[in-house]
Ligand binder design. Structure first.
Ligand SMILES: *[C@@H]1O[C@H](CO)[C@@H](O)[C@H](O)[C@H]1NC(C)=O
Ligand SMILES: *[C@@H]1O[C@H](CO)[C@@H](O)[C@H](O)[C@H]1NC(C)=O
Ligand SMILES: *[C@@H]1O[C@H](CO)[C@@H](O)[C@H](O)[C@H]1NC(C)=O
Ligand SMILES: *[C@@H]1O[C@H](CO)[C@@H](O)[C@H](O)[C@H]1NC(C)=O
Length: 474
């Protein structure tokens, strides 16, 4: 009662010139974490006590279907835009130019904004435009500029980054905690490059992959402890996803080597992008499309060849000017070599997203989520709308539907809302308080200007520090 009156008195003393206006905030903060290449079933042959606890405390999807082609940058961009790859245009990890043959690797492509900014905004830009504060730590696409805007806070990995260093993972987690607590960010996207790297190098069934999954599990426990330590547990939702899975690469005499295919000639091509796992693109020279297509179609039992417009509709990988005229992908386990067997990875991804080994994870925990719920599989285009809902922002056009994920969320009456009650106070021209209303279920402070009318000189919104308000008697 005393405190409450003090707030009003202070305000009256300030006179009519300084209406309080809170920064717009999300109902809860949101941390999106990606563990690159975490296959849907990686926790089934390794003890993962921390992920198990998280499942009990939150929501787990049986698995999540990645976008096609199932590789890092395109799939991550689908997660943060809710768009299929043909719609957002980040069709490969590598920037490429079919005219001068410029090809940039994954990390260099992070610095090429026009590759990322192709008409679709990631959630952090949309959130910022709606008044929230956001950050990206190593997240794919996080270094690019979109319509002239960049994420508010970012860290970008260097060229020779070691993605597996657990001590550095912990430092990165501290950076994110600081962003949430000291900088008051509403949304952070945090990226870990494992267990993708070990999956490639040693194969998905290797001991090294299992050890890395233990490291991931330790990190999940560590993150949840740090969240608790910083008093964020009731304020922060956490979503853990990955971009794709991983499958064992088939070695031997039946590998796909384009040069060995009769009637196929690299001389008929203006440009090609192969030797990058199972998926590849060809741009035949003028007038050579049919020849190249006929030479490759059915030429190898493990090779799928499509004119871009004929790529199966369910893959959503046709309708974009950046996709070259011929799209190739191998059957599970088969990568595409150009002239010789250049690729030595034991594990790969990039295959048809129907293949079970390409499926990945979705886990979530926090004040908005039900507890101990296992949900049916869904596609990764669905995550974006859910994140927008959690942040209280209006999504851009997208390919998902909130109906698919809504059942994970607590109903309003089940929520530990974390909502702050606001007090709306109206003052007349003589600075006298004429009315007040409690806006008890406001996620964010309403904008006083939007409520003003000519009767009032000042109209202000005061945030109450406790839900347990004792009403003054006037
Ligand atoms: C691709 O390369 C050609 C030839 O160097 C150049 O004219 C064109 O601008 C490049 N395209 C892009 C998008 O940079
Ligand atoms: C990040 O983007 C800037 C340009 O905006 C570029 O100079 C830098 O090289 C990029 N960093 C990486 C790792 O791509
Ligand atoms: C997308 O990129 C292509 C070039 O790759 C360009 O022609 C097109 O204008 C871009 N679209 C948008 C909306 O930025
Ligand atoms: C990366 O860091 C880990 C942990 O510190 C270390 O074991 C590993 O050898 C490093 N890898 C490389 C390629 O330096």
């Amino acid at each position: 009662m005393l405190t409450f009156c003090a707030v009003i008195l202070t305000f009256l003393a300030l006179g009519s010139s300084i209406p309080l206006q809170a920064r717009r905030k999300a109902p809860h903060k949101l941390l999106l974490i990606s563990f690159d290449g975490f296959r849907w079933d990686y926790d089934q042959d390794v003890d993962t006590p921390n992920m198990d606890i998280m499942n009990n405390d939150g929501v787990k999807a049986k698995y999540m279907t990645p976008a096609f082609i199932s590789i890092t940058s395109p799939c991550h961009f689908t997660l943060v835009t809710g768009r299929y790859i043909e719609k957002h245009g980040v069709i490969h990890n590598m920037y490429f130019n079919v005219t001068n043959w410029q090809k940039e690797n994954y990390l260099s492509t992070q610095g090429i904004s026009p590759w990322w900014d192709n008409g679709t905004l990631p959630i952090w830009i949309t959130a910022q435009r709606q008044g929230l504060k956001t950050g990206s730590l190593f997240f794919p696409g996080g270094n690019a500029t979109y319509g002239g805007e960049t994420v508010n806070f970012k860290r970008v990995e260097g060229r020779l980054h070691n993605y597996s260093n657990e001590a550095e993972w912990k430092q990165n987690v501290e950076t994110v905690m600081t962003w949430f607590t000291e900088e008051d960010l509403d949304f952070v996207a945090l990226y870990f490059g494992e267990p993708d790297s070990v999956g490639h190098k040693y194969g998905p069934e290797s001991q090294e992959r299992k050890d890395m999954v233990r490291q991931v599990d330790r990190m999940v426990g560590h993150i949840r402890n740090r969240v608790k330590h910083h008093g964020l547990e009731s304020k922060l939702n956490i979503i853990i996803i990955a971009d794709h899975g991983m499958t064992k690469v088939q070695k031997g005499s039946d590998e796909i080597v384009l040069k060995d295919i009769p009637d196929f000639s690299f001389n008929d091509l203006q440009f090609h992008l192969v030797d990058y796992g199972p998926a590849g693109f060809l741009l035949p020279k003028e007038g050579k499309l049919e020849k190249v297509y006929q030479a490759l179609k059915g030429a190898h039992p493990k090779l799928n060849v499509y004119k871009k417009e004929d790529v199966p509709k369910r893959l959503h990988f046709s309708n974009n000017a950046r996709i070259p005229p011929l799209v190739l992908y191998g059957e599970p386990g088969y990568v595409i070599h150009s002239y010789m067997k250049f690729q030595f990875n034991k594990g790969e991804h990039g295959f048809d997203n129907d293949v079970m080994d390409m499926k990945t994870i979705f886990r979530a925990v926090g004040p908005s989520f039900k507890k101990g719920l296992i949900v049916e599989p869904f596609e990764s285009v669905q995550v974006y709308a859910l994140m927008c809902e959690l942040l209280g922002i209006t999504p851009e056009p997208h390919d998902g539907d909130l109906e698919v994920t809504k059942n994970m969320l607590l109903m309003d009456n089940e929520k530990d809302t974390g909502l702050v009650p606001y007090m709306l106070m109206l003052f007349n021209k003589k600075n006298a308080l004429t009315s007040w209303t409690l806006l008890s279920s406001c996620a964010k402070a309403p904008d006083p200007c939007s409520l003003a009318d000519e009767k009032y000189d000042v109209l202000s919104v005061v945030m109450c520090t406790t839900a347990d308000i004792h009403w003054p008697q006037w």
